[in-house]
Design a protein around this ligand. Structure first.
Ligand code: DON
Length: 579
């Protein structure tokens, strides 16, 4: 009862602000796309695990409960903020290209088979490194909840039922995928998957058990590696036993910028997330956004111009580069944003072609997942990971029950060939042995006086950095309540195609501003798209608590919303936190 009374409090909101003078919140929060996975993380916090333990457990759980993007066969970025003043770190566990890859490997369409696009998975060593360096609980304890979910099964929600049904139906010849994700009455007349069905994954449970016992080496050099290598041989993939054994995650310094007195941290290359986000925030710091309404044509214009510039620079310069490359410091500097050829003008819509006439970029599919965690000490984890496409390349490692990524599709396919229809060939992101393809993943943490005020990130391919920008502007400039920051309509411009994409809510509720933008010369995609899935945490100065906000755009939608935002506090707990 007490816990139930607390619920409205958790959902209350008020303005953001520094928390240096207030007592630190004593609650912990886990927010993800899956209530079962959030529950796993929150139980780890309740047992005395820290945010890193909870994040690692949540990531393993999502590999079970959100198979389209949660994974052990993919990769991602984990950003960790420490409450004791240490600099935040990023664990880069992005997939790497096998040794057989060179700049021409994916030149022809025929070379881009799902098997050849598999990058060396980074997730298991990435999570193991995070746990070893920063976790508190035994390894087995953070892997075990996922084993139970795979072995005993879990109830499929509407969104997952839809995606499982689609992948099963659309891949009639993929026997292993269909065996692993077969609907309960696969032989029935019309039944695919329905909300409420139970997904049991016995092979995956056994694989996770092997990881729990043997650690990450079981995956990279042990029995799971054997199965991956056999799968690659079956499908003529490029990934070898040596590639697996050689894979290492990298601990990197986060890209750091400031915005209106806040500190913003996000990942460095091989993600473009941090550089793109900081470049846009620097550009926007010079225009007085606050004097115009959030969804006025003026604000939308300023943000579109910032996006256009950052994405042009992304295509031109970014790839798997050295962390001390001078261009990184330049693009994220305040001076760059002030340069006369870069700064945004209130009265001028830039044509993307004028920023770099020769280059265009391709679209990316939308399937990745982000989750956010904070514990009662203020240790925070912002994690985005992916298989690239939904269910990756649809390759289930035979007998092992998990999917492999097709991440190498993120490399520029053809050296020097850039087309207006969407392909880029700049040198910075060409395939090369051992290199990691350029990502847009952008797990982000914002602090004020060293204390966390926002943990956020999103899926959405190239839209990711703009989704994070929208969330940050909503909160840090317009001081929207947390729920509104996530629900508010989003918009995206990625330089090419030279058009603004908007969400249905923007098209409908702000049609006046949209009309004005068109009159200014901004091309707007006539079909509004849903953008991102930003499961986030905000500091709420009113209640002096961290508040989890599940994005309702995907599986977090409708009834799932509250269950996905699990808040734990000693002696109180969350009403939905299972024992
Ligand atoms: O790393 C990247 O940026 C892409 N592979 C992510 C793909 C993605 O977000 C698709 N999802 N929604």
């Amino acid at each position: 009862m007490r816990a139930l009374l607390l619920l409205p409090l958790l959902l209350l909101s008020s303005c953001t602000g520094g928390i240096s003078n207030a007592a630190a919140p004593s609650n912990g929060v886990v927010v993800s796309v899956s209530s079962d996975a959030s529950n796993v993380g929150a139980r780890i916090l309740a047992r005395g695990g820290n945010a890193v333990d909870a994040a690692v457990a949540t990531a393993f759980a999502l590999a079970v409960t959100f198979p389209e993007a949660g994974n052990i066969g993919g990769g991602g970025f984990m950003l960790i903020h420490f409450p004791d003043g240490r600099e935040p770190v990023v664990i880069d566990y992005r997939e790497a290209a096998p040794a057989a890859v060179d700049a021409n490997t994916f030149f022809k369409n025929a070379d881009r088979t799902a098997y050849r696009l598999v990058g060396v998975p980074g997730t298991v060593r990435g999570l193991a490194l995070a746990h070893e360096k920063y976790g508190k609980l035994p390894w087995r304890d953070v892997v075990s909840p996922a084993i139970a979910l795979a072995r005993d099964g879990f109830v499929v929600n509407r969104d997952l039922a839809g995606s499982l049904g689609r992948v099963w139906k659309d891949n009639p010849k993929n026997a292993e995928l269909r065996r692993v994700f077969a609907p309960p009455d696969a032989g029935g007349p019309s039944h695919l998957w329905t909300e409420g069905d139970r997904l049991v994954q016995g092979d995956l449970a056994r694989t996770l058990e092997v990881i729990a016992k043997g650690g990450a080496d079981a995956f990279y050099t042990g029995p799971i590696a054997d199965k991956i290598v056999a799968e690659m041989e079956r499908g003529k993939g490029l990934l070898t036993r040596d590639d697996l054994a050689a894979y290492r995650p990298v601990v990197r310094a986060a890209i750091h910028g400031t915005f209106n007195g806040y500190d913003v941290y996000a990942p460095p290359p091989p993600s473009s997330g941090g550089v793109g986000l900081i470049e846009m925030l620097n550009l926007l710091e010079h225009v007085n956004l606050k004097s115009e309404a959030r969804f006025s044509s003026a604000t939308l214009h300023f943000m579109t111009e910032a996006m256009r510039r950052a994405y042009a620079d992304r295509a031109r310069y970014l790839g798997d580069m050295k962390s001390d490359s001078p261009i990184l410091a330049e693009l994220t500097s305040k001076e760059y944003a002030r340069r006369s050829d870069v700064a945004i003008r209130a009265d001028k819509v830039t044509r993307s072609a004028d920023l770099a006439p020769e280059i265009s970029i391709r679209n990316e599919p939308e399937h990745t997942t982000h989750f956010s965690v904070i514990d009662s000490t203020g240790l925070a984890v912002s994690n985005t990971y992916t298989l690239e496409q939904s269910f990756g390349g649809k390759i289930v490692v035979a007998g092992a029950g998990f999917l492999l990524n097709n991440e190498l599709a993120d490399f520029n396919p053809q050296p020097g060939v850039t087309t207006k229809s969407g392909q880029i060939g700049s040198a910075a992101n060409l395939p090369a042995a051992g290199n990691r393809p350029l990502s847009s993943m952008c797990p982000t943490i914002v602090t004020k006086d060293g204390k966390v005020v926002i943990v956020t990130g999103s899926p959405g391919g190239r839209t990711i950095i703009n989704t994070v920008l929208c969330v940050l502007v909503n909160r840090l400039v317009y001081e929207m309540p947390p729920r509104e920051c996530i629900d508010a309509p989003r918009h995206h411009h990625q330089w090419f195609p030279d058009q603004l994409e908007i969400e249905p809510g923007l098209a409908k509720e702000y049609s006046g501003a949209v009309k004005e933008l068109r009159a200014m010369g901004v091309a707007i995609d006539p079909v509004p798209h849903r953008q991102g899935d930003a499961h986030s945490i905000f500091y709420d100065a009113g209640s002096k608590r961290w508040i989890g906000v599940a994005d309702r755009r995907r599986a977090g939608g409708g009834v799932g919303t509250v269950a996905n935002e699990l808040t734990w506090q000693a002696g109180v707990g969350h009403p939905l936190l299972s024992k």
